[in-house]
Design a protein around this ligand. Structure first.
Ligand SMILES: [Cu+2]
Length: 155
């Protein structure tokens, strides 16, 4: 039973890697088209397409909230602290800590409403959070631990 499951995971892992490699070569152009679509007319459709693309590719952008990061002096923080994504890409935050965390856009401790994971429990992963379509550096922080800060760069 266990070995069978492990085998399936390996197959999925290999196909994910090949998709990621493919996407990394051709990924920029479709992203720009998507972003233009978002600006032009139908935000809902553009967002849905972006989500589907990320899921199909298995190349979900992920930021980890490491174990111990709730400690102000632990030195642990969002990993990577700076993440670069395409316009309207989705990002998930993977909370590997024993405390609740959020990833909330804005200059700590003031949310600016651009994106928010909401509260992510210990050993849980946030839902996919859609990043802005407009290129820029978006700072974010944890509302429960305002010393935890990170940046998503959209370009
Ligand atoms: Cu926190």
């Amino acid at each position: 039973m266990i070995s069978k499951q492990y085998g399936m995971i390996s197959v999925v892992g290999v196909s994910m890697i090949s998709v990621i490699l493919t996407i990394s070569f051709v990924g920029m152009v479709p992203s720009e088209i998507l972003a233009q679509g978002t600006n032009a007319t139908n935000t809902t459709n553009a967002t849905t397409t972006a989500n589907a693309t990320s899921a199909a590719a298995g190349g979900q952008n992920t930021v980890i909230m490491p174990f111990g990061s709730s400690g102000a002096t632990s030195g642990a923080g969002y990993e990577p602290p700076e993440l670069t994504v395409s316009p309207s890409a989705t990002v998930v935050w993977d909370n590997q800590d024993s405390a609740l965390h959020t990833a909330t856009s804005g200059e700590s401790p003031t949310p600016d409403g651009k994106f928010d994971t909401g509260v992510v429990g210990p050993n849980q992963v946030s839902g996919p959070v859609t990043m802005p379509a407009e290129p820029g550096d978006y700072r974010y922080f944890c509302t429960l631990h305002p010393f935890l800060v990170g940046t998503v760069t959209v370009q």
